[in-house]
Design a protein around this ligand. Structure first.
Ligand code: GSH
Length: 226
Protein backbone atom coordinates (compact mmCIF):
# COMPACT_ATOMS: atom_id res chain seq x y z
CA UNK A 1 0.00 0.00 0.00
CA UNK A 2 1.16 3.53 -0.68
CA UNK A 3 0.02 6.52 1.38
CA UNK A 4 0.21 9.91 -0.32
CA UNK A 5 0.66 12.44 2.45
CA UNK A 6 2.10 15.57 3.99
CA UNK A 7 4.41 14.30 6.71
CA UNK A 8 3.15 16.98 9.13
CA UNK A 9 -0.60 16.65 8.49
CA UNK A 10 -2.67 15.42 11.42
CA UNK A 11 -5.26 13.90 9.04
CA UNK A 12 -2.44 11.86 7.47
CA UNK A 13 -1.36 10.89 11.01
CA UNK A 14 -4.90 9.56 11.51
CA UNK A 15 -4.49 7.26 8.48
CA UNK A 16 -1.01 6.15 9.63
CA UNK A 17 -2.30 5.36 13.14
CA UNK A 18 -4.96 3.11 11.59
CA UNK A 19 -2.45 1.36 9.32
CA UNK A 20 -0.07 0.93 12.26
CA UNK A 21 -2.78 -0.34 14.62
CA UNK A 22 -3.70 -3.01 12.10
CA UNK A 23 -0.01 -3.68 11.41
CA UNK A 24 -0.52 -3.35 7.66
CA UNK A 25 2.77 -2.76 5.81
CA UNK A 26 2.75 0.45 3.77
CA UNK A 27 5.02 3.03 2.22
CA UNK A 28 4.61 6.78 2.19
CA UNK A 29 5.08 9.30 -0.58
CA UNK A 30 5.62 12.73 0.95
CA UNK A 31 4.15 15.51 -1.16
CA UNK A 32 4.96 19.21 -1.18
CA UNK A 33 2.03 21.47 -0.25
CA UNK A 34 0.58 23.26 -3.31
CA UNK A 35 2.45 20.98 -5.76
CA UNK A 36 0.57 18.03 -4.23
CA UNK A 37 -2.50 18.94 -6.30
CA UNK A 38 -0.75 17.77 -9.49
CA UNK A 39 -0.36 14.29 -7.99
CA UNK A 40 -3.58 14.01 -6.01
CA UNK A 41 -6.29 15.67 -8.09
CA UNK A 42 -6.05 13.32 -11.10
CA UNK A 43 -6.33 10.35 -8.72
CA UNK A 44 -9.12 11.37 -6.35
CA UNK A 45 -10.67 14.44 -7.95
CA UNK A 46 -10.02 16.24 -4.65
CA UNK A 47 -7.13 18.38 -3.38
CA UNK A 48 -6.62 16.91 0.08
CA UNK A 49 -4.34 14.28 1.55
CA UNK A 50 -4.28 11.56 2.82
CA UNK A 51 -4.89 9.42 -0.26
CA UNK A 52 -4.26 5.68 -0.08
CA UNK A 53 -3.33 3.60 -3.11
CA UNK A 54 -3.95 0.01 -1.92
CA UNK A 55 -2.08 -1.54 -4.90
CA UNK A 56 -3.74 -4.90 -4.14
CA UNK A 57 -5.90 -7.31 -6.14
CA UNK A 58 -9.67 -6.83 -5.67
CA UNK A 59 -9.17 -3.47 -3.96
CA UNK A 60 -10.07 -0.02 -5.22
CA UNK A 61 -7.19 1.78 -6.92
CA UNK A 62 -7.65 4.95 -4.86
CA UNK A 63 -9.13 5.64 -1.43
CA UNK A 64 -9.24 9.33 -0.50
CA UNK A 65 -10.09 10.97 2.86
CA UNK A 66 -8.99 9.62 6.26
CA UNK A 67 -12.50 8.43 7.17
CA UNK A 68 -12.84 6.48 3.92
CA UNK A 69 -9.34 5.05 4.40
CA UNK A 70 -10.31 3.67 7.82
CA UNK A 71 -13.57 2.31 6.40
CA UNK A 72 -11.57 0.57 3.66
CA UNK A 73 -8.94 -0.79 6.09
CA UNK A 74 -11.63 -2.14 8.40
CA UNK A 75 -13.03 -4.12 5.48
CA UNK A 76 -9.61 -5.12 4.13
CA UNK A 77 -8.35 -6.36 7.49
CA UNK A 78 -11.04 -6.48 10.19
CA UNK A 79 -8.65 -7.48 13.00
CA UNK A 80 -7.78 -5.80 15.24
CA UNK A 81 -11.01 -3.85 14.83
CA UNK A 82 -11.42 -0.09 15.00
CA UNK A 83 -15.18 -0.35 14.64
CA UNK A 84 -17.45 -1.56 17.43
CA UNK A 85 -19.81 -4.54 17.26
CA UNK A 86 -22.76 -2.97 19.05
CA UNK A 87 -24.80 -0.96 16.52
CA UNK A 88 -25.50 1.98 18.83
CA UNK A 89 -21.87 2.17 19.99
CA UNK A 90 -20.62 1.99 16.40
CA UNK A 91 -22.97 4.81 15.38
CA UNK A 92 -21.66 6.88 18.29
CA UNK A 93 -18.02 6.12 17.38
CA UNK A 94 -18.64 7.31 13.79
CA UNK A 95 -20.44 10.41 15.08
CA UNK A 96 -17.41 11.26 17.23
CA UNK A 97 -15.02 10.55 14.35
CA UNK A 98 -16.99 13.03 12.27
CA UNK A 99 -17.08 15.60 15.11
CA UNK A 100 -13.29 15.43 15.54
CA UNK A 101 -12.75 15.54 11.75
CA UNK A 102 -15.04 18.45 11.03
CA UNK A 103 -14.66 20.64 14.13
CA UNK A 104 -11.62 19.69 16.18
CA UNK A 105 -9.03 18.82 13.52
CA UNK A 106 -9.76 22.09 11.81
CA UNK A 107 -9.67 24.03 15.11
CA UNK A 108 -6.35 22.38 16.07
CA UNK A 109 -4.92 23.57 12.74
CA UNK A 110 -5.89 27.19 13.58
CA UNK A 111 -4.43 27.10 17.10
CA UNK A 112 -1.28 25.31 15.96
CA UNK A 113 -0.42 27.62 13.03
CA UNK A 114 -1.20 30.73 15.08
CA UNK A 115 1.29 29.46 17.67
CA UNK A 116 3.95 28.51 15.08
CA UNK A 117 3.82 32.01 13.57
CA UNK A 118 4.15 33.71 16.97
CA UNK A 119 5.38 32.28 20.31
CA UNK A 120 6.38 29.02 18.62
CA UNK A 121 8.39 30.63 15.83
CA UNK A 122 11.69 29.44 17.31
CA UNK A 123 10.68 25.78 16.80
CA UNK A 124 11.69 26.30 13.16
CA UNK A 125 12.45 29.90 12.18
CA UNK A 126 13.79 28.84 8.73
CA UNK A 127 12.53 30.70 5.68
CA UNK A 128 11.11 27.48 4.24
CA UNK A 129 9.09 26.59 7.33
CA UNK A 130 7.82 30.13 7.90
CA UNK A 131 6.75 30.35 4.24
CA UNK A 132 4.69 27.16 4.53
CA UNK A 133 3.16 28.49 7.77
CA UNK A 134 2.30 31.81 6.06
CA UNK A 135 0.67 29.99 3.12
CA UNK A 136 -1.43 27.79 5.42
CA UNK A 137 -2.49 30.80 7.51
CA UNK A 138 -3.56 32.66 4.41
CA UNK A 139 -5.32 29.61 2.85
CA UNK A 140 -7.47 29.00 5.95
CA UNK A 141 -7.81 32.60 7.22
CA UNK A 142 -5.87 31.96 10.42
CA UNK A 143 -5.33 35.01 12.62
CA UNK A 144 -5.54 35.95 16.31
CA UNK A 145 -9.37 36.21 16.24
CA UNK A 146 -10.09 33.03 14.31
CA UNK A 147 -7.55 31.13 16.44
CA UNK A 148 -9.31 32.33 19.60
CA UNK A 149 -12.65 30.92 18.40
CA UNK A 150 -10.89 27.68 17.47
CA UNK A 151 -9.34 27.49 20.97
CA UNK A 152 -12.86 27.58 22.47
CA UNK A 153 -13.88 24.56 20.38
CA UNK A 154 -10.74 22.74 21.53
CA UNK A 155 -11.58 23.52 25.17
CA UNK A 156 -15.01 21.92 24.71
CA UNK A 157 -13.47 18.80 23.18
CA UNK A 158 -10.90 18.54 25.99
CA UNK A 159 -13.68 18.90 28.61
CA UNK A 160 -15.49 16.00 26.94
CA UNK A 161 -12.32 13.90 26.75
CA UNK A 162 -11.58 14.55 30.42
CA UNK A 163 -14.77 12.66 31.26
CA UNK A 164 -13.92 9.61 29.18
CA UNK A 165 -10.17 9.44 28.69
CA UNK A 166 -8.82 9.68 32.22
CA UNK A 167 -9.78 6.05 32.85
CA UNK A 168 -11.50 4.64 29.79
CA UNK A 169 -12.47 5.02 26.15
CA UNK A 170 -14.71 7.41 24.26
CA UNK A 171 -17.24 4.71 23.39
CA UNK A 172 -17.80 1.36 25.09
CA UNK A 173 -15.03 -0.46 26.87
CA UNK A 174 -12.39 -0.69 24.18
CA UNK A 175 -10.26 1.38 21.80
CA UNK A 176 -12.09 2.48 18.65
CA UNK A 177 -11.94 4.79 15.66
CA UNK A 178 -13.22 7.58 17.96
CA UNK A 179 -10.17 7.39 20.28
CA UNK A 180 -7.78 7.09 17.33
CA UNK A 181 -9.26 10.14 15.61
CA UNK A 182 -9.16 12.27 18.76
CA UNK A 183 -5.49 11.32 19.38
CA UNK A 184 -4.45 12.12 15.80
CA UNK A 185 -6.32 15.37 15.44
CA UNK A 186 -5.32 16.81 18.83
CA UNK A 187 -1.67 15.77 18.49
CA UNK A 188 -0.50 19.13 17.01
CA UNK A 189 -1.33 20.71 20.40
CA UNK A 190 1.47 18.67 21.98
CA UNK A 191 3.90 21.33 20.81
CA UNK A 192 2.12 24.08 22.74
CA UNK A 193 3.44 24.45 26.31
CA UNK A 194 0.13 25.80 27.68
CA UNK A 195 -1.78 22.68 26.62
CA UNK A 196 1.04 20.38 27.76
CA UNK A 197 1.10 22.02 31.20
CA UNK A 198 -2.68 22.23 31.66
CA UNK A 199 -3.60 18.76 30.40
CA UNK A 200 -0.77 16.30 31.07
CA UNK A 201 -3.27 13.37 31.09
CA UNK A 202 -4.35 14.26 27.54
CA UNK A 203 -0.82 13.98 26.15
CA UNK A 204 -0.09 10.84 28.16
CA UNK A 205 -3.09 9.27 26.45
CA UNK A 206 -2.08 10.53 23.00
CA UNK A 207 1.42 9.10 23.61
CA UNK A 208 -0.02 5.74 24.69
CA UNK A 209 -2.23 5.57 21.58
CA UNK A 210 0.77 6.28 19.34
CA UNK A 211 2.66 3.46 21.07
CA UNK A 212 0.07 0.79 20.48
CA UNK A 213 -0.55 2.05 16.93
CA UNK A 214 3.20 1.71 16.23
CA UNK A 215 3.43 5.35 15.13
CA UNK A 216 6.20 7.77 16.20
CA UNK A 217 5.10 10.89 18.05
CA UNK A 218 5.12 14.18 16.14
CA UNK A 219 8.52 15.80 15.57
CA UNK A 220 9.44 18.28 18.33
CA UNK A 221 7.00 16.60 20.76
CA UNK A 222 9.46 17.32 23.58
CA UNK A 223 9.53 21.04 22.69
CA UNK A 224 6.05 21.37 24.19
CA UNK A 225 7.52 20.60 27.62
CA UNK A 226 10.24 23.29 27.44
N1 GSH B 1 -11.61 15.43 5.59
C1 GSH B 1 -10.26 15.24 5.09
C2 GSH B 1 -9.41 16.42 5.51
C3 GSH B 1 -7.99 16.31 5.02
C4 GSH B 1 -7.26 17.65 5.03
O1 GSH B 1 -7.78 18.69 5.46
N2 GSH B 1 -6.01 17.61 4.56
C5 GSH B 1 -5.19 18.81 4.45
C6 GSH B 1 -3.87 18.60 5.15
S1 GSH B 1 -4.06 18.56 6.89
C7 GSH B 1 -4.88 19.07 3.00
O2 GSH B 1 -4.74 18.17 2.21
N3 GSH B 1 -4.76 20.37 2.63
C8 GSH B 1 -4.36 20.75 1.32
C9 GSH B 1 -5.44 21.40 0.55
O3 GSH B 1 -6.56 21.60 1.07
O4 GSH B 1 -5.16 21.77 -0.62
C10 GSH B 1 -9.72 13.91 5.64
O5 GSH B 1 -10.16 13.48 6.71
O6 GSH B 1 -8.89 13.29 4.96
Amino acid sequence: MLLLQFSTSHYCRKARLALGYKQIPYQVENLTPALHILRVKPLSGSHTVPVLLPQQKNCPAVVADSTEIIRFLEDYQPNPPLYLEDTWQQKEALRLEDYFDEFIGTAARFVYYQFRANEGKQIDPSWMSQTVIAIVRSQYGINADSAKIAAQKIDEAIAMLSEFWQDGYLVGDRFSVADLTAAALLSPLGLLPTYRQNYPWLFERITEIHQFCNEPLPKNWQAGLD
